[in-house]
Design a protein around this ligand. Structure first.
Ligand code: OGA
Ligand code: MN
Length: 284
């Protein structure tokens, strides 16, 4: 039976004793699924996976999403990766980018929260890691909600927020979008600020992404101040755990109840990750 070893931070656990290249037994899957709900982010070290094995593992949790749209600047150079495995990399070979997001910082976000039915999870598997930088941090949005000052909790009850679809997590404009100059006109899905996790039934903050966010019905200045207060609270160190990558790490996160961000790293170094995304349900 795989063993979960909590990180000791607000979220995150290592799962030891499981080889993800092999099919999971029902008992192992059950133990992993329970640990996932308890810890939100699971790390499996020392794996050696083909894309097919990465997909097969990911499919234990649900149907896979097709690749998200890439930034305009990357689109032309992008090699065709498989429909369900997305490459996250800064490496350029023969003038073609292997994958998306470059070497830039990725600001706090929840994957594809700008669509009406965002993914429940993503799995990121490390094939090449730079000597420094590129760490990925996660923040627990259950504890962020639970520890909100009472007046903030009351203020956000029943409020929604627009999640910007124009920019990706490193701030690049997506294909087919214009720059947003007024957050009241931001394109993207509108979700409740507090969502109920469909499996655990627990409330959590669902902030998605800060840039161009807007709370419909509020004056712009009010919306900005409220969102700043929520984001400041939610991304405090007490809610965060940081993953320092090793080759062979697979990290699976619950995209409904955790945010993540990535540190930049030197563009002269190489980082190659393969990634799957698991379909979710409409936030409520
Ligand atoms: C992602 C992402 C972070 C990273 O794949 O969704 O945000 O560490 N990546 O590359
Ligand atoms: Mn992401």
């Amino acid at each position: 039976m795989p063993l979960a070893i909590p990180s000791g931070a607000a979220l995150g656990a290592d799962i030891d004793g499981v080889d993800l290249s092999q099919p999971l037994s029902a008992a192992d899957y059950g133990a992993i699924a329970r640990a996932w709900m308890d810890h939100l982010v699971l790390r499996f070290r020392g794996q050696s996976l083909t894309d097919d094995q990465l997909m097969a593992f990911s499919r234990n949790f649900g149907a896979l999403d097709r690749n998200p749209r890439h930034a305009k600047s990357e689109m032309r150079q992008m090699e065709d990766s498989s429909d369900y495995v997305n490459v996250i990399s800064n490496v350029v070979e023969n003038g073609r980018a292997l994958g998306g997001l470059g070497h830039y910082e990725a600001k706090w976000h929840s994957d594809m929260s700008y669509v009406p039915v965002p993914p429940m999870a993503s799995a990121l598997y490390a094939l090449e890691i730079p000597p420094s930088g590129g760490e990925t941090s996660f923040a627990n949005m259950y504890t962020a909600y639970e520890t909100l000052p009472a007046e903030l909790k009351e203020r956000i009850a029943g409020l929604t927020c627009v999640h910007d679809s124009s920019l990706n997590s490193v701030g690049q404009l997506r294909v087919g979008f214009e720059d947003v100059t007024d957050p009241r006109k931001t394109p993207g899905a509108v979700h409740p600020i507090v969502r109920t996790h469909p499996i655990t039934g627990r409330p959590c903050l669902f902030l998605g992404r800060r840039r161009n966010a807007y709370v419909p019905g509020l004056e712009l200045a009010e919306s900005e101040a409220l969102l700043d207060a929520l984001w400041d609270h939610a991304t405090q160190a007490e809610h965060v755990w940081t993953q320092t990558w090793q080759v062979g790490d697979l990290v699976l996160w619950d995209n409904r109840a955790a945010l993540h961000r990535r540190e930049e790293f030197a563009g002269s170094t190489r980082r190659i990750m393969h990634r799957t995304q698991i379909s979710g349900d409409r936030p409520f």
